[in-house]
Design a protein around this ligand. Structure first.
Ligand SMILES: C=C(O[C@@H]1C=C(C(=O)O)C=C[C@H]1O)C(=O)O
Length: 258
């Protein structure tokens, strides 16, 4: 997010753009089999600290990204924030449109568990091709795209609060999590989001040849030919991405009047 003027339409546009990154990242990861050894804790020694290759990779990658100036914005949240180094180069700063605590709101632990325990088995084929280093780099791309999308929920919450402080403030003071959740939920929007990500998976994930029929170009490819099953995208959003985005919204709102 870079805009100073926030509107719900602009924030929703940002969420729509993130869908493309998520669908493409999943398509890329689905090009490899499960590769389970990349997720098994390593034996001691060898510099791994006993961690799995996946965890080792994300920790080391985040150190590099932090040095390059990443993780300054509230929607860019590291999975391992402890002891990250400061940027080595000057960063430009960003417009502060959120409450100052925004950067500390994180649901990355839940995203991490969901990704490795629930999602990976749904969209990767059983198997082991030995390409572990490539595999964990692709996992990092998936995790980053998911985390960014979900933490944009902070901006969604800020806009919703600004649009109706009289509705949100009493619920925030009463710490009424359920009522806040109901107030910020738009079921009709959620249904559209699910349909759209499913369609994106169908269109982005088809095999394109120079002889494609018009049908295929309109997204009517057979689902079994898609690189990621489109229903997995709809399920991912329904069960995890949207609920976690709303958890971010609630967590942000609960502290909005501090
Ligand atoms: C993000 C929003 O808040 C909620 C969460 C949604 C989502 O994660 O896509 C969609 C609608 C709302 O229930 C929104 O209103 O756009």
């Amino acid at each position: 997010m870079g805009e100073v003027e926030l509107s719900l339409a602009a924030v929703r546009d940002a969420l729509v753009r993130e869908e493309d990154s998520i669908v493409f990242a999943l398509i890329e990861r689905a090009g490899r089999p499960r590769n389970a050894p990349a997720y098994a804790p390593a034996g001691g020694g060898g510099g791994s600290g006993g961690r799995s290759l996946a965890e080792f990779f994300v920790r080391e990658a985040e150190v590099l990204h932090a040095k390059a100036g990443h993780y300054q914005k509230p929607e860019d949240v590291p999975f391992f924030p402890q002891d990250l180094p400061p940027p080595v180069f000057p960063t430009k700063g960003y417009p502060k449109v959120l409450h100052s605590f925004a950067s500390s709101v994180s649901v990355n632990d839940a995203i991490w568990k969901m990704y490795f325990n629930e999602l990976l088995p749904l969209f990767t084929a059983d198997g082991d091709d030995g390409n572990y280093a490539e595999t964990v780099a692709l996992d990092f791309a998936c995790l980053k795209a998911l985390s960014r999308r979900i933490h944009i929920g902070k901006y969604v919450a800020e806009v919703k609060f600004k649009d109706a402080p009289q509705d949100y403030s009493p619920l925030i003071r009463a710490k009424d999590t359920n009522a806040l959740m109901n107030l910020l939920t738009f079921k009709a929007v959620e249904e559209k989001v699910k349909k759209r990500v499913e369609k994106k998976a169908r269109i982005f994930g088809q095999n394109v040849t120079s002889e494609d029929s018009a049908d295929k170009q309109e997204g009517n490819a057979d689902d079994s030919e898609c690189k990621v099953n489109p229903e997995v995208l709809s399920k991912l959003y329904d069960l995890w991405v949207m609920p976690l985005t709303k958890d971010v919204e609630v967590e942000y709102l609960l502290r909005r009047l501090d």
